[in-house]
Structure formats: C-alpha cells, structure tokens
Design a protein. Sequence first.
Length: 187
Amino acid sequence: MIDINLFPEIETDRLILRQVTKNDAESILEYLSDKDVMKHYGLEPFKSTDDALDEISWYQSIFEKKTGIRWGITLKGQGRVIGSCGFLNIVSQHYRSEVGFELSKEYWGKGIASEAFEAVIKYGFEQLNLQRIQALIEPPNIPSQKLVERKGFIKEGLLRNYEFTCVKFDDLLMYALLKQDFEKCND
C-alpha cells in the first residue's frame, strides 16, 4: 500500500505536506508543548526537544512498517512545520485507516487544517486505495468534529473508555468516510 522508498509530497493551494525530519524538532516542540493544542491529542504537552524527536521517530517507524504516514504541514515558501496530518493504524487487508491531525494554535481558524485534511483524505482514497477512513475524536473536541463533518464524515457512535491517556480513560466518537461517499461528493 505504501512505497517505503519514496515519501510522497502533497501540494495544495497554500500548503506543502512533506516528510518531517529531525530538523523540524524545534517547530514541532513549539506547537506540541502548547496545552491547548495537546488538549485532545492523548499525550501530555511536550517538554523537550527529545519529546519532539520521539514523535518524529514514531512518524518514521509507522511509515517504514507501512502502518501509517504522517505529513508535516508547511505554508508554501516557508518550510516550517506548523502541524501534521496523516494516517495511522492502516489495515491493508481491510482497506481502512484512521486519520488524525493537529495544528499550531496561531494558525487555527484560517482553513489550514481543513485544506491539509482534505488533501490527505483524497490521497488515502486515490493513492492508497482505502475504502474506509475513520477519525476518532474526543467528544469535547467540537472543532475537529465540525471539520470532519464538513468533509462528509458520518458519526457512527461512541466508543466508551476507548483510550487510557494522561492518566484517565477517554471516550472517543467514531467518524467514518467511505470511498463511494467521498467520490459522490467530489464528482
């Protein structure tokens, strides 16, 4: 499903979605140390460059294992990573994956997360040949719910106590978009 020899770059009107490298550790630390950005991320806010380097290593490992792909979100002509978006828990035999995203707070409300998310979803259906893309979102995370709903995702239900993160159990809403629904909306 994923060719591990070549990390794909995605270009949109305003963005370049690219591979995250160790050189991006400082910019990743900057937004992943923000408690507001991390509020629904499932991890404590990052405290050091080592935390950011661990995150980058995780991005690399899911790509190498073909279980995911995470793009760094950059503004065209700037290069600095301001967020990330991508797939995790790809299950090739079932043609499905989860999708996730986060963005530096200074870029909230500008349509950047929406633009990156849309490009990644399109890549998933058209290049990875996914049939189902699902998003797991904490119930209090209304902005993310609104974003995925605008992109055609359907709320399928509540997964109670689905994750244990930050010393508590979190419920997660299951949203999903099927390939045929995506194609219908993009004809």
